[in-house]
Design a binder for this molecule. Structure first.
Ligand code: CA
Ligand code: CA
Length: 300
């Protein structure tokens, strides 16, 4: 088992970064992570407007996986996501669905045993910690960790949690994998622009899948398959996620494109990952297809 401490982090996904760890396919790595503010917010008096934005959204890594070559798929098994006992929710300047009806605010939330969030003295709810930023180096230009893309990055998908498997397209030799931006909890859409931002530790196994290529990230859970897509336009993001699922169902379940479309309409779900940011910043959508009895795996 390899361990990476949070100081071994980057602020972009880039083919130019030097790896902080080299492993073979199938090895396990635990990633310690900062929260998305690099732990700059410590009290409710610390407003987001006062922090150094050059240090927002660090990702621990990157890890070079020896067997990974462009065109392969990197399989990331998420065994556990543990979080510290407090996190941060905040408004973000000029961002979020209801920012016109909100005051600048930082709220510190107690999180008990990585499983119960205490919103205040009265309100508590069960949480399953998840990973906001997870990805590999893109083939082209560097992408800051705050942005989503076909390489992954800030895809803010709450299905990426304990027990999930994330599949990422390998774009460069070694893949150069990194993750960060753990949330104790985040709702679909992340409407205020933050989850419960929190430092954490993530246990993974990283493996290379040969012989299958994907264009964008996918997620597998115990009962579902997810395609994930980002775009500046919410309708296009939804359409791309749907097209990716349709393509998989045609290939793997031997359906015509039309039958795949019809099945998706009656058995699957369009869901939002993140849609808190003003245009033209990217939104992220996903399509959920349930695992159906006797039907083949869609990947891996
Ligand atoms: Ca995020
Ligand atoms: Ca976040």
């Amino acid at each position: 088992m390899h361990y990476l401490s949070r100081e071994q982090s980057v602020f972009s996904f880039s083919r130019h970064h030097q790896p902080v760890l080299r492993i073979n396919s199938g090895q396990s790595v635990t990633f310690q992570t900062y929260d998305c503010f690099s732990n700059q917010i410590q009290t409710e008096a610390d407003l987001v407007a006062s922090i150094d934005f050059a240090r927002v959204n660090p990702a621990t890594g990157p890890v070079f996986v020896e067997e990974a070559r462009p065109g392969d798929v990197l399989k990331v098994e998420v065994h556990d996501v543990r979080v510290r006992d407090w996190g941060v929710i905040s408004t973000l300047p000029e961002m979020g669905v209801l920012i016109h009806k909100a005051e600048p605010k930082t709220k510190i939330i107690t999180v008990e045993n990585s499983s119960i969030a205490h919103f205040d003295e009265r309100i508590r709810f069960d949480v399953t910690p998840m990973i906001g930023v997870i990805g590999v180096a893109p083939a082209g230009e560097d992408v800051p960790c705050g942005h989503p893309g076909a390489h992954g990055g800030n895809i803010d998908t709450h299905t990426i949690t304990r027990g999930s498997i994330v599949y990422l397209p390998v774009n460069v030799e070694g893949a150069l994998f990194a993750l960060g931006d753990v949330h104790a909890s985040m709702g679909d859409g992340e409407i205020c622009g933050t989850g419960i931002e929190i430092a954490g530790e993530v246990d993974t196994t990283l493996s290379v899948v040969k012989g299958q290529t994907i264009t964008r990230p996918m997620v597998e859970t115990s009962d579902s398959w997810y395609t994930i897509a980002e775009d500046h336009d919410i309708s296009r993001a939804i359409r791309i996620a749907c097209e990716d699922m349709q393509t998989l169902l045609v290939e793997k379940w031997n359906l015509t494109p039309t039958d795949a479309y019809l099945l998706m309409s009656v058995a699957g779900d369009v869901q939002m990952c993140q849609c808190c940011k003003p245009s033209p910043v990217e939104v992220v959508a996903r399509f959920r297809m349930p695992k159906l009895k006797n039907m083949p795996r869609l990947i891996g």
